[in-house]
Structures are given as C-alpha cells and as structure tokens.
Design a protein around this ligand. Structure first.
Ligand code: ZN
Length: 259
C-alpha cells in the first residue's frame, strides 16, 4: 500500500498522458516561466513536487561511491587470472560505474524536463544492468562453462527485457517494476549450492546478504518508507544506502572468489 493509492482520481488524466503534459507548455503558461518539476512517474506527483526541495543528501552517496566502484573494479581486473575473468570484471566494473555515475548526475543535477526524462530512464535501466553485471563475474568465477552459459543467458536476457521495459514504459506502476528488479535479482537462487561448492560458504553468505540488502532497499523504495528526515535524508536515501551496502557485500563476494 503506497501513498499513491490515496491520491484523488482527478490526477488520472495527467497519470496517463504525462509526456503530452511535459512536451506542450500548459495553455496560458508564461514563456520563460520557471519549468515545473517533471520527468518522474506521474503518480509520483508528490515526489516530483518534493524534488524541488530534494533532500539535501540526494545523490551525494552515489557521487561518493562512484570513485570507489571504479577503483574497486580496477583492483579486480588486476587480480584476474584469465581472459574470461578480465572480461567479466570489466563488465561488472562498467555496470557499477554506470549505475553510480548516472545516479549521481541524475540526482545531484537540475536537468530540464528532457534531460531528466533521459537520465531517469538510464538510472532505472542501470538497475537491471547492475544485476546482470554482478552475476557475470560470479558465474565466470564459480560455475563450470555449461552452467555459466545458462545463467548468463538467463540474467542478461532478463536484463535486456527489463531495460527495454523501463526505457519504453517509464510510467509503469512503481510496484510492477520493483517486483521485476527483485525477481531478476533472485533468478539465480538455484545456483547458490554451486556457488558454495566452488567458492565456499563465505562467498555464498556475502551473495545472499547482498541480495537481502538489495531486496530491503527495493522494499523501502516501493513503500516509500521509512522516510526518516524528508528534508535531508528521505526514504530514497535509505534505499540508496541499502543498495550501496548490498553492492559492497557483492563486491566482497567477488573479491573473495577472485583471490
Ligand atoms: Zn535514486
């Protein structure tokens, strides 16, 4: 149950045709008048209005993690013991840099409606990218070639469908795409015994802990609570914090598997 359900039905037109509302200035709008905040899911009108007063911490977490993710990716690549590992770590590092880099740009900057619409699509598509990007080194390090192919086809196929879905249907209901992230994230749960056999129990514990942290983050994002300090550190920042902790846990699992 989210706050959206309690909004007045009067918003439903705006809900269905947000891009029209965004493209054409409202009748009577003064040229040069400040652009209203937009570019989000229309059902998130409250959130959009709040975006004018973004919590002050919005985006700083991603901006801070970006150089760490880049450095961490380089460390992994230098540890790689095969060409396949170099490729897998590069894919992983690139997906992490895209996630945190785009996230920081999107959340810190003030973009026009067009820029915001593009960055929001990239930001959401990157979530599918980081899921497949994280599975890539785990599969390459911990699975025999046959299983690698199956798992990587599954997660990259799912990620491609998911990214197309987010880019083409940016106004999909929040619960729907949140469930898609969680489903793809846990898609490889059946491979955990294989991960344990090849990587040991610590690797699996870190993979599962990361999965649980991502799921907790997705739940906070979906429910929009807890929202501790809306002006400084709101529910979105709680979500970011949980995803960064999840990323760190998975990074540790991959590092452990690589050494
Ligand atoms: Zn965000």
């Amino acid at each position: 149950m989210t706050a959206e359900n309690t909004r007045p039905a009067a918003r439903s037109r705006d809900r269905r045709y947000p891009s029209d509302a965004r493209r054409a200035p409202a009748a009577g709008a003064r040229p040069g008048a400040p652009t209203p905040p937009s570019g989000g899911e229309p059902e998130d009108a409250l959130e959009r209005a709040a975006a004018v007063l973004k919590p002050r911490m919005r985006g700083w977490l991603h901006a801070g993690v970006f150089p760490l993710a880049l450095a961490g990716g380089i460390v992994l690549i230098t540890l790689a013991r095969s060409a396949a590992a170099v490729a897998a770590f590069s894919v992983y590092a690139l997906s992490a840099c895209l996630l945190f880099g785009t996230g920081a740009l999107y959340h810190r900057g003030t973009w026009g409606p067009r820029g915001e619409a593009v960055l929001r699509r990239l930001d959401h598509a990157n979530i599918f990218l980081i899921i497949a990007g994280t599975y890539t080194p785990l599969a390459v390090l911990l699975l025999p070639t046959g299983q690698q192919k199956v798992l990587l086809s599954l997660v990259w196929g799912g990620a491609a469908v998911g990214m197309a879905f987010r880019v083409l249907w940016i106004n999909a209901p929040r619960w729907l795409y949140t469930v898609c992230y969680i489903a793809l994230g846990w898609a490889a749960v059946f491979y955990l015994p294989d991960f344990a056999q090849a990587g040991g129990i610590a690797v699996v514990a870190l993979v599962v802990a990361g999965g649980l942290l991502y799921t907790a983050g997705a739940t906070v994002y979906g429910l929009k609570r807890p929202d501790p300090w809306p002006r400084w550190f709101g529910f979105h920042e709680v979500f970011h914090t949980l995803t960064i902790a999840a990323f760190a846990s998975h990074y540790a699992a991959i590092l452990l598997g690589a050494t």
